[in-house]
Design a protein around this ligand. Sequence first.
Ligand code: GH3
Ligand code: MG
Ligand code: MG
Length: 390
Amino acid sequence: MQTQSYFQLIGPLIFLAFSCGFAIIWRYARDSVPLRLFALAFFLGACATFADYMRGAMPPIAAFYATNVFYIATALVFVSALYHYYTQRIPWIFAAVMAVAVPAVLSWYILVDDDIVARIIVMNVCGAFIIAMPAVSLRAHMLRPIDRILQTALVVIGICVGARAGFVIVTGGSGLTAENYAGSMISLALHFTLALSALAIAIVLFIMVGMEIVSRLTETSETDPLTGVLNRRGFEARIADAGRGASQIVVMADIDRFKAINDRYGHEVGDAVIRSFAQILAGTARDNDLVVRWGGEEFLVLLADAEIATARLFAEAVRRVFEEQTHDEDLGGVRATASFGIAPWLDGMSISGASHLADQALYEAKREGRNRVCVHTPGSGSGEGGIAAA
Ligand code: GH3
Ligand code: MG
Ligand code: MG
């Protein structure tokens, strides 16, 4: 009896530990609603299992309501968190019906017709249904291997919880009363299943949420916060992953006389000009191309599967759109232009070698009067003027 009592504390402790775990992770990703809901669901789970553990010390009716309300709340909050996680609409009508109907039916079986077997059956059948439902209705969104594991764990839990009702039906609940239920084998089995299930689900969720936070941090550390394009670190990571592809062209782009824009209109207007230049570059580039903020107002674009002629068209298109854009109407309309240097990333060349050649072509474009595109031709040593028509 005593060992059983201590044993039954495992459930609340596991729930509580994971609730704290999710709450701690949430501190590092405060905008995450699912994390908050998972922390709450596991906390409610700890309350439910603890109320269950304390069942004997409470008046039967109070024990009944404390445990069941907490169990239902746990299941519903948990399921809502899952729908949030997969950015799907929470089935509110289903949740509201369950939140009202289950306690109502259970109340009938304690206040009108005191039947513990019926209560266990209702509670477990509904619980199994609530927990297993997202595994079915979210199946189209559970595509990664880790989602499949979660889906399987949910189905297994649904089956286990459902089987508890089956077990009671098969044994007929003979001699089962509220008094001897707390120490019964059934109660022990229920707690053990629940503790194991909660553990499995919590571990899978922890891994999923952890993976998401790591990928979010990676994305943040590889993206330039002002423009949203890649920073150098992100570019180097992409290059390290993909290596040099066939026919890649490097385009270096630099805003002309940008220091004067900053000095004349202020840093904020300067920032807006940089942002809009980045937007034009990113909008003109294709999905496979990489747009990188190389330095202050200097960008590198790596065009995939491209020829010099395509790169020239790309740079010309960006140059023309940028030239025609007015940046700050409040200040009477700020205008800016940009210069471009193009070089191919040849076999046996490092990316820094290729970008150096593109830089030389860019220097040539600046020297020739800015607001133009220059191309480095292999063997020419310096940039060859490819002045674009305005
Ligand atoms: P050039 O036509 O030869 O390129 O002349 P430039 O004035 O554009 O070139 P320079 O490199 O002398 O000036 C770049 C300026 O960009 C200097 C720096 O204060 C400014 N800058 C660098 N990063 C930022 C930024 O994030 N925001 C703003 N507003 N200015 C920046
Ligand atoms: Mg400049
Ligand atoms: Mg510059």
